[in-house]
Design a protein around this ligand. Structure first.
Ligand code: PEP
Ligand code: MN
Length: 337
Protein backbone atom coordinates (compact mmCIF):
# COMPACT_ATOMS: atom_id res chain seq x y z
CA UNK A 1 0.00 0.00 0.00
CA UNK A 2 1.23 3.51 -0.83
CA UNK A 3 0.02 6.45 1.23
CA UNK A 4 0.44 9.77 -0.54
CA UNK A 5 0.40 12.79 1.78
CA UNK A 6 -0.94 16.19 0.82
CA UNK A 7 1.62 18.86 0.08
CA UNK A 8 2.41 20.90 3.13
CA UNK A 9 2.14 17.94 5.50
CA UNK A 10 4.21 18.33 8.62
CA UNK A 11 6.65 16.03 10.35
CA UNK A 12 4.05 15.40 13.02
CA UNK A 13 1.57 14.22 10.33
CA UNK A 14 4.19 11.77 9.10
CA UNK A 15 5.02 10.57 12.59
CA UNK A 16 1.34 10.11 13.39
CA UNK A 17 0.76 7.88 10.37
CA UNK A 18 4.00 5.97 10.94
CA UNK A 19 2.92 5.26 14.48
CA UNK A 20 -0.49 4.02 13.30
CA UNK A 21 1.14 1.66 10.82
CA UNK A 22 3.75 0.39 13.27
CA UNK A 23 0.99 -0.30 15.76
CA UNK A 24 -0.61 -2.57 13.14
CA UNK A 25 2.64 -4.49 12.80
CA UNK A 26 3.43 -3.10 9.35
CA UNK A 27 6.85 -2.13 7.99
CA UNK A 28 7.04 1.51 6.96
CA UNK A 29 9.15 3.24 4.31
CA UNK A 30 9.02 7.01 4.09
CA UNK A 31 10.09 8.73 0.91
CA UNK A 32 10.21 12.49 1.16
CA UNK A 33 10.13 14.11 -2.26
CA UNK A 34 10.32 17.82 -2.98
CA UNK A 35 6.59 18.23 -3.17
CA UNK A 36 5.14 15.12 -1.71
CA UNK A 37 5.79 12.63 1.02
CA UNK A 38 5.00 9.05 0.21
CA UNK A 39 4.71 6.36 2.85
CA UNK A 40 4.99 2.77 1.77
CA UNK A 41 3.44 0.23 4.13
CA UNK A 42 4.48 -3.40 3.76
CA UNK A 43 2.42 -6.18 5.30
CA UNK A 44 -1.11 -7.54 5.31
CA UNK A 45 -3.19 -5.07 3.34
CA UNK A 46 -6.43 -6.13 5.03
CA UNK A 47 -5.11 -4.64 8.26
CA UNK A 48 -4.42 -1.40 6.43
CA UNK A 49 -7.97 -1.01 5.23
CA UNK A 50 -9.09 -1.24 8.82
CA UNK A 51 -6.75 1.61 9.61
CA UNK A 52 -8.95 3.82 7.39
CA UNK A 53 -5.99 6.02 6.62
CA UNK A 54 -7.70 7.72 3.74
CA UNK A 55 -9.89 9.54 6.24
CA UNK A 56 -6.93 11.23 7.94
CA UNK A 57 -6.76 14.90 6.85
CA UNK A 58 -3.08 14.83 5.76
CA UNK A 59 -3.64 11.88 3.41
CA UNK A 60 -4.32 12.60 -0.23
CA UNK A 61 -4.60 9.02 -1.51
CA UNK A 62 -4.13 5.44 -0.42
CA UNK A 63 -3.13 3.26 -3.36
CA UNK A 64 -2.53 -0.46 -3.47
CA UNK A 65 0.93 -1.55 -4.58
CA UNK A 66 0.38 -3.40 -7.83
CA UNK A 67 0.33 -7.12 -7.17
CA UNK A 68 3.59 -9.02 -7.69
CA UNK A 69 1.86 -11.09 -10.37
CA UNK A 70 0.89 -8.06 -12.42
CA UNK A 71 0.43 -9.69 -15.82
CA UNK A 72 -1.51 -12.63 -14.41
CA UNK A 73 -3.76 -10.39 -12.36
CA UNK A 74 -7.31 -9.28 -13.12
CA UNK A 75 -6.17 -5.69 -12.49
CA UNK A 76 -4.04 -5.97 -15.57
CA UNK A 77 -6.58 -7.78 -17.75
CA UNK A 78 -10.26 -7.65 -16.84
CA UNK A 79 -11.66 -10.15 -19.35
CA UNK A 80 -11.12 -13.91 -19.14
CA UNK A 81 -8.27 -15.16 -21.29
CA UNK A 82 -9.47 -17.72 -23.81
CA UNK A 83 -7.01 -20.15 -25.28
CA UNK A 84 -7.86 -21.84 -28.55
CA UNK A 85 -6.36 -25.25 -29.24
CA UNK A 86 -7.82 -26.93 -32.29
CA UNK A 87 -11.55 -26.40 -31.97
CA UNK A 88 -11.45 -26.28 -28.16
CA UNK A 89 -11.54 -22.94 -26.39
CA UNK A 90 -10.19 -23.18 -22.86
CA UNK A 91 -11.61 -20.41 -20.68
CA UNK A 92 -15.02 -20.33 -22.34
CA UNK A 93 -18.49 -21.69 -21.47
CA UNK A 94 -17.34 -25.10 -22.68
CA UNK A 95 -15.91 -27.55 -20.15
CA UNK A 96 -12.84 -28.92 -21.93
CA UNK A 97 -11.84 -32.47 -21.00
CA UNK A 98 -8.27 -33.65 -21.55
CA UNK A 99 -7.85 -37.40 -21.08
CA UNK A 100 -5.26 -40.10 -21.57
CA UNK A 101 -2.69 -42.24 -19.82
CA UNK A 102 -0.19 -40.94 -17.30
CA UNK A 103 2.65 -42.04 -19.55
CA UNK A 104 2.79 -43.18 -23.15
CA UNK A 105 3.70 -46.86 -22.90
CA UNK A 106 2.82 -48.66 -26.12
CA UNK A 107 1.66 -47.47 -29.54
CA UNK A 108 -1.37 -49.79 -29.53
CA UNK A 109 -2.39 -48.91 -25.97
CA UNK A 110 -2.22 -45.20 -26.67
CA UNK A 111 -4.24 -45.51 -29.88
CA UNK A 112 -6.88 -47.55 -28.07
CA UNK A 113 -7.21 -44.89 -25.36
CA UNK A 114 -7.20 -42.04 -27.89
CA UNK A 115 -10.00 -43.57 -29.99
CA UNK A 116 -12.09 -44.33 -26.94
CA UNK A 117 -11.76 -40.96 -25.14
CA UNK A 118 -12.43 -39.18 -28.42
CA UNK A 119 -15.68 -41.13 -28.76
CA UNK A 120 -16.61 -40.22 -25.20
CA UNK A 121 -16.15 -36.51 -25.92
CA UNK A 122 -12.64 -35.62 -24.74
CA UNK A 123 -11.20 -32.68 -26.69
CA UNK A 124 -7.50 -33.31 -26.08
CA UNK A 125 -5.24 -36.29 -25.45
CA UNK A 126 -2.69 -36.32 -22.63
CA UNK A 127 0.30 -38.60 -22.19
CA UNK A 128 3.79 -38.17 -20.77
CA UNK A 129 6.87 -39.06 -22.79
CA UNK A 130 9.19 -37.56 -20.15
CA UNK A 131 8.01 -38.58 -16.68
CA UNK A 132 8.93 -36.84 -13.41
CA UNK A 133 9.08 -39.94 -11.20
CA UNK A 134 9.74 -39.81 -7.46
CA UNK A 135 12.10 -42.78 -7.82
CA UNK A 136 15.00 -42.80 -10.28
CA UNK A 137 14.34 -46.53 -10.77
CA UNK A 138 10.73 -46.07 -11.92
CA UNK A 139 9.76 -45.92 -15.62
CA UNK A 140 10.98 -42.57 -16.93
CA UNK A 141 9.01 -42.45 -20.18
CA UNK A 142 9.70 -43.33 -23.81
CA UNK A 143 11.14 -39.96 -24.81
CA UNK A 144 10.84 -39.09 -28.50
CA UNK A 145 9.34 -42.48 -29.33
CA UNK A 146 6.43 -41.58 -27.04
CA UNK A 147 6.05 -38.19 -28.71
CA UNK A 148 5.83 -39.93 -32.08
CA UNK A 149 3.02 -42.19 -30.83
CA UNK A 150 1.18 -39.12 -29.56
CA UNK A 151 1.53 -37.46 -32.95
CA UNK A 152 0.21 -40.59 -34.63
CA UNK A 153 -2.79 -40.64 -32.27
CA UNK A 154 -3.42 -36.98 -33.11
CA UNK A 155 -3.25 -37.67 -36.83
CA UNK A 156 -5.76 -40.47 -36.52
CA UNK A 157 -8.26 -38.97 -34.05
CA UNK A 158 -7.79 -35.22 -34.50
CA UNK A 159 -7.24 -34.88 -30.73
CA UNK A 160 -4.66 -32.25 -29.87
CA UNK A 161 -1.83 -33.29 -27.57
CA UNK A 162 -0.80 -32.27 -24.05
CA UNK A 163 2.59 -33.55 -22.93
CA UNK A 164 5.11 -32.63 -20.27
CA UNK A 165 8.42 -30.84 -20.68
CA UNK A 166 10.84 -31.43 -17.80
CA UNK A 167 14.15 -30.16 -19.09
CA UNK A 168 14.93 -26.98 -21.06
CA UNK A 169 17.30 -29.12 -23.17
CA UNK A 170 14.27 -30.99 -24.55
CA UNK A 171 12.29 -27.82 -25.28
CA UNK A 172 12.79 -27.88 -29.04
CA UNK A 173 11.95 -31.57 -29.29
CA UNK A 174 8.74 -31.34 -27.23
CA UNK A 175 7.73 -28.15 -29.03
CA UNK A 176 7.91 -30.06 -32.31
CA UNK A 177 5.15 -32.48 -31.22
CA UNK A 178 3.04 -30.87 -28.47
CA UNK A 179 -0.02 -28.65 -28.86
CA UNK A 180 0.05 -27.74 -25.16
CA UNK A 181 3.20 -28.01 -23.08
CA UNK A 182 2.67 -29.26 -19.55
CA UNK A 183 4.84 -28.07 -16.68
CA UNK A 184 4.47 -30.59 -13.87
CA UNK A 185 3.87 -29.86 -10.20
CA UNK A 186 7.49 -30.64 -9.33
CA UNK A 187 8.70 -28.05 -11.80
CA UNK A 188 6.33 -25.22 -10.92
CA UNK A 189 9.23 -23.41 -9.28
CA UNK A 190 11.83 -24.33 -11.89
CA UNK A 191 12.18 -20.75 -13.02
CA UNK A 192 14.62 -21.43 -15.86
CA UNK A 193 12.18 -23.92 -17.32
CA UNK A 194 9.35 -21.41 -16.93
CA UNK A 195 11.37 -18.78 -18.77
CA UNK A 196 12.09 -21.29 -21.51
CA UNK A 197 8.39 -22.05 -22.14
CA UNK A 198 7.73 -18.32 -21.83
CA UNK A 199 9.83 -17.88 -24.97
CA UNK A 200 7.76 -20.43 -26.87
CA UNK A 201 4.60 -19.50 -28.70
CA UNK A 202 2.50 -22.40 -27.54
CA UNK A 203 -0.03 -22.75 -24.68
CA UNK A 204 1.45 -23.90 -21.39
CA UNK A 205 -0.44 -25.97 -18.84
CA UNK A 206 1.07 -25.00 -15.49
CA UNK A 207 0.35 -27.37 -12.64
CA UNK A 208 0.19 -26.15 -9.07
CA UNK A 209 3.26 -27.13 -7.04
CA UNK A 210 3.03 -29.90 -4.45
CA UNK A 211 2.93 -27.46 -1.54
CA UNK A 212 2.47 -24.14 -3.28
CA UNK A 213 0.13 -21.33 -2.41
CA UNK A 214 -2.12 -19.82 -5.05
CA UNK A 215 0.04 -16.68 -4.98
CA UNK A 216 3.24 -18.65 -5.59
CA UNK A 217 1.50 -20.43 -8.44
CA UNK A 218 0.45 -17.14 -10.00
CA UNK A 219 4.00 -15.84 -9.57
CA UNK A 220 5.21 -18.85 -11.56
CA UNK A 221 2.66 -18.04 -14.27
CA UNK A 222 4.06 -14.51 -14.19
CA UNK A 223 7.50 -15.86 -15.23
CA UNK A 224 5.94 -17.32 -18.39
CA UNK A 225 3.85 -14.23 -19.16
CA UNK A 226 6.81 -11.96 -18.53
CA UNK A 227 8.68 -13.67 -21.38
CA UNK A 228 5.82 -12.83 -23.73
CA UNK A 229 3.84 -16.08 -23.76
CA UNK A 230 0.35 -15.03 -22.66
CA UNK A 231 -1.24 -18.47 -23.10
CA UNK A 232 -1.04 -20.03 -19.66
CA UNK A 233 -3.60 -22.53 -18.39
CA UNK A 234 -3.44 -23.15 -14.65
CA UNK A 235 -4.07 -26.68 -13.40
CA UNK A 236 -5.09 -27.47 -9.82
CA UNK A 237 -3.87 -30.99 -8.98
CA UNK A 238 -4.16 -31.06 -5.20
CA UNK A 239 -1.70 -30.08 -2.52
CA UNK A 240 0.05 -31.98 0.24
CA UNK A 241 -1.71 -32.10 3.58
CA UNK A 242 -1.68 -34.40 6.63
CA UNK A 243 -4.29 -36.65 4.97
CA UNK A 244 -2.91 -39.98 3.80
CA UNK A 245 -6.03 -41.75 2.46
CA UNK A 246 -5.80 -39.63 -0.67
CA UNK A 247 -2.59 -38.87 -2.55
CA UNK A 248 -3.10 -35.12 -2.12
CA UNK A 249 -5.97 -32.90 -1.03
CA UNK A 250 -7.92 -31.33 -3.88
CA UNK A 251 -8.18 -27.62 -3.18
CA UNK A 252 -11.31 -26.79 -5.13
CA UNK A 253 -11.52 -23.36 -3.55
CA UNK A 254 -8.59 -22.42 -5.78
CA UNK A 255 -10.93 -22.49 -8.80
CA UNK A 256 -13.15 -19.53 -7.86
CA UNK A 257 -10.21 -17.94 -6.03
CA UNK A 258 -7.95 -17.97 -9.08
CA UNK A 259 -10.85 -16.77 -11.23
CA UNK A 260 -11.23 -13.76 -8.96
CA UNK A 261 -7.48 -13.01 -8.85
CA UNK A 262 -6.53 -13.80 -12.42
CA UNK A 263 -7.85 -13.74 -15.97
CA UNK A 264 -6.07 -17.00 -16.82
CA UNK A 265 -8.13 -20.17 -17.34
CA UNK A 266 -7.99 -22.82 -14.64
CA UNK A 267 -8.61 -26.53 -15.04
CA UNK A 268 -8.68 -29.33 -12.45
CA UNK A 269 -6.79 -32.63 -12.41
CA UNK A 270 -8.75 -34.84 -10.01
CA UNK A 271 -6.59 -37.91 -10.80
CA UNK A 272 -3.36 -36.70 -9.18
CA UNK A 273 -5.33 -34.93 -6.45
CA UNK A 274 -7.00 -38.07 -5.09
CA UNK A 275 -4.69 -40.81 -6.39
CA UNK A 276 -7.50 -43.41 -6.53
CA UNK A 277 -9.87 -44.14 -9.37
CA UNK A 278 -13.02 -44.42 -7.22
CA UNK A 279 -12.84 -40.75 -6.20
CA UNK A 280 -12.12 -39.31 -9.63
CA UNK A 281 -15.76 -39.15 -10.81
CA UNK A 282 -17.21 -37.34 -7.76
CA UNK A 283 -14.33 -34.86 -7.69
CA UNK A 284 -14.68 -34.23 -11.43
CA UNK A 285 -18.36 -33.40 -10.87
CA UNK A 286 -17.44 -31.16 -7.93
CA UNK A 287 -14.83 -29.36 -10.03
CA UNK A 288 -17.39 -28.59 -12.73
CA UNK A 289 -19.81 -27.38 -10.06
CA UNK A 290 -17.03 -25.11 -8.75
CA UNK A 291 -16.69 -23.57 -12.21
CA UNK A 292 -13.57 -25.17 -13.65
CA UNK A 293 -12.72 -24.41 -17.27
CA UNK A 294 -11.80 -28.02 -17.84
CA UNK A 295 -10.58 -31.33 -16.48
CA UNK A 296 -7.41 -33.38 -16.91
CA UNK A 297 -8.21 -37.04 -16.29
CA UNK A 298 -5.96 -40.09 -16.42
CA UNK A 299 -7.42 -42.98 -18.41
CA UNK A 300 -5.70 -46.30 -19.19
CA UNK A 301 -6.76 -49.26 -21.32
CA UNK A 302 -5.65 -51.63 -18.57
CA UNK A 303 -4.92 -49.81 -15.28
CA UNK A 304 -3.61 -52.97 -13.54
CA UNK A 305 -0.75 -53.11 -16.04
CA UNK A 306 0.00 -49.38 -16.13
CA UNK A 307 3.65 -48.43 -15.68
CA UNK A 308 2.64 -45.22 -13.97
CA UNK A 309 -0.35 -44.09 -11.87
CA UNK A 310 -2.51 -47.18 -12.52
CA UNK A 311 -4.47 -46.92 -9.23
CA UNK A 312 -5.84 -43.50 -10.16
CA UNK A 313 -6.48 -44.25 -13.84
CA UNK A 314 -10.04 -44.73 -15.09
CA UNK A 315 -10.99 -47.63 -17.31
CA UNK A 316 -12.29 -46.68 -20.74
CA UNK A 317 -15.87 -47.61 -19.84
CA UNK A 318 -15.79 -45.73 -16.53
CA UNK A 319 -14.50 -42.64 -18.33
CA UNK A 320 -17.34 -42.91 -20.85
CA UNK A 321 -19.92 -43.07 -18.01
CA UNK A 322 -18.30 -40.13 -16.24
CA UNK A 323 -18.48 -38.07 -19.42
CA UNK A 324 -22.23 -38.72 -19.62
CA UNK A 325 -22.74 -37.48 -16.06
CA UNK A 326 -20.51 -34.48 -16.66
CA UNK A 327 -22.46 -33.59 -19.77
CA UNK A 328 -25.76 -33.56 -17.83
CA UNK A 329 -24.22 -31.45 -15.08
CA UNK A 330 -22.68 -29.00 -17.54
CA UNK A 331 -26.04 -28.65 -19.28
CA UNK A 332 -27.79 -27.94 -15.98
CA UNK A 333 -25.20 -25.20 -15.38
CA UNK A 334 -25.77 -23.69 -18.81
CA UNK A 335 -22.44 -24.96 -20.14
CA UNK A 336 -21.38 -27.34 -22.88
CA UNK A 337 -19.11 -30.34 -22.68
C1 PEP B 1 1.12 -36.05 -14.62
O1 PEP B 1 0.29 -35.25 -15.09
O2 PEP B 1 1.24 -37.21 -15.01
C2 PEP B 1 1.93 -35.61 -13.45
C3 PEP B 1 3.13 -36.13 -13.21
O3 PEP B 1 1.31 -34.71 -12.70
P1 PEP B 1 1.85 -33.78 -11.49
O4 PEP B 1 2.97 -32.99 -12.05
O5 PEP B 1 0.64 -32.97 -11.15
O6 PEP B 1 2.25 -34.71 -10.38
MN1 MN C 1 0.31 -39.29 -13.66
Amino acid sequence: MIIVLKSGSTQSDIDYIKEKLHAKGLKVHVSQGEERTIIGAIGDERILREAALAAYPAVEAVLPILKPFKLASRDFHKEDTRIKVGDAIIGSDDVIVIAGPCSVETREGLLEVARSVKKSGAKLLRGGAFKPRSSPYAFQGLGEEGLKYLAEARDETGLKIVTELMDPRDAELVDKYADIIQIGARNMSNFNLLKEVGKMRKPVLLKRGLSSTVKEWLMSAEYILDEGNMEVILCERGVRTFETETRNTLDLSSVPLVQSMSHLPIIVDPSHAVGRADLVAPMSMAAVAAGTDGLLIEVHENPEEALCDGPQSLRLGDFASLMKSLRSLAKALGREL
